[in-house]
Design a protein around this ligand. Structure first.
Ligand code: NAD
Length: 309
């Protein structure tokens, strides 16, 4: 099949969706950036009797999404002007646009049920042959697409970007059992040549490769800290710049990822490994759940292990 990707729709405009849309814009691809987030009315809009459905309010929210991308540090766009290639909006308003793009990327919250339902809904407007992928951190590609027909399953795979998408070269490609090998070959070449990624093909095992190892490392680190009294600052001091890894201090990275997302990612392995002793390793420590319950979920809310200044 003679394929090319010139347009895309990114569904989910959180930490990763917005970064992925920006990186696609960097590569010259025009894309939709769609979300369900309704936002809130400003006091002026409320006074004027407007609702969230009003075109004026919708367009303000869309412009705000682009403004956020321009302000993010480090900059996700090579040039601010590339933001013109991104069309943000509410997923409900632009649902039928999914039939007109070359690639649909699901980047919503790390919940298997939400992703499964979304994929089945995508199938209702999907133009046969269009590639559909998920940015899941570790949910089974097979299980996610089990409720879809064989044609969609042939065109569905995992394309797992790392955070931040512009700067992290790694990308895991995860074929499901039914993914057409031609689709896997095409996406691998496309992600390498057009998006500048270093692609690793991973098996569809819980959390694939990078997050299986990374999650394990972090959970063991937390246990060792509790047992030996190491502090967050001490661990970051030995896993960050002083170690020759300027951007990867353990807890700075966790704040960037989002503690809520990390909890789902760890829980996913815990729930899907058969071995009892391995399952125990992936139990989420209460300190993480407490921080999430308090709303301290990382940079996206201004506070995680560190307060954003
Ligand atoms: P996030 O919480 O920042 O954003 C998720 C977005 O999805 C939210 O804006 C939410 O409103 C939206 N959403 C939820 N349900 C939706 C629906 N039905 N339709 C449209 N939008 C919907 O999460 P994130 O960190 O961007 O993670 C997104 C995905 O990427 C997850 O699968 C996550 O595991 C994966 N991932 C995250 C990271 C990371 O560092 N945060 C890295 C790699 C992969």
């Amino acid at each position: 099949m003679n394929r090319s990707i010139r347009s895309a729709a990114v569904i989910g405009s959180g930490v990763m969706g917005s970064g992925i849309a920006a990186h696609l814009a960097n590569a010259g691809i025009s894309c939709w950036l769609l979300d369900i987030v309704p936002g809130a009315l400003t006091p002026e809009e409320e006074k004027a009797g407007l609702t969230l459905e009003h075109p004026k309010v919708r367009s303000r929210l869309a412009l705000q999404a682009i403004a956020r991308l321009k302000k993010t540090n480090p900059a996700p766009l090579y040039r601010e002007a590339f933001a013109d290639r991104i069309r943000p909006g509410n997923v409900e308003d632009h649902w039928t646009e999914l039939a007109h793009v070359d690639w649909i990327i699901e980047v919503v919250v790390e919940h298997a049920d939400v992703k499964r339902a979304l994929l089945q809904r995508i199938e209702t407007v999907w133009k046969p042959g269009t590639i559909v992928s998920s940015n899941t951190s570790g949910i089974s590609i097979e299980a996610m697409s089990a409720g879809c027909g064989p044609e969609l399953r042939k065109h569905f795979l995992g394309t797992h970007f790392f955070n931040p998408p512009r700067y992290m070269k790694l990308l895991e490609v995860i074929p499901g059992r039914d993914t057409d090998p031609e689709v896997v070959r095409f996406m691998t070449r496309f992600c390498e040549r057009t998006l500048g990624k270093g692609v690793v093909t991973a098996k569809d095992t819980p959390n694939f490769i990078a997050n299986r190892i990374g999650t394990y490392g972090l959970l063991v680190t937390l246990r060792e800290m509790a047992a030996n009294g190491y502090t967050v600052e001490e661990v970051d001091a030995v896993t960050g710049p002083a170690m020759g890894r300027p951007k990867s201090a353990t807890f700075r990275t966790l704040d960037l990822v989002g503690l809520d997302t990390f909890v789902h990612v760890a829980q996913n392995v815990h729930d899907h490994v058969a071995d009892e002793s391995e399952r125990r390793v992936f139990e989420v420590p209460s300190v993480l759940r407490e921080l999430v319950a308090r709303g301290w979920i990382g940079e996206k809310r201004g506070q995680g292990f560190y307060k954003k200044v």
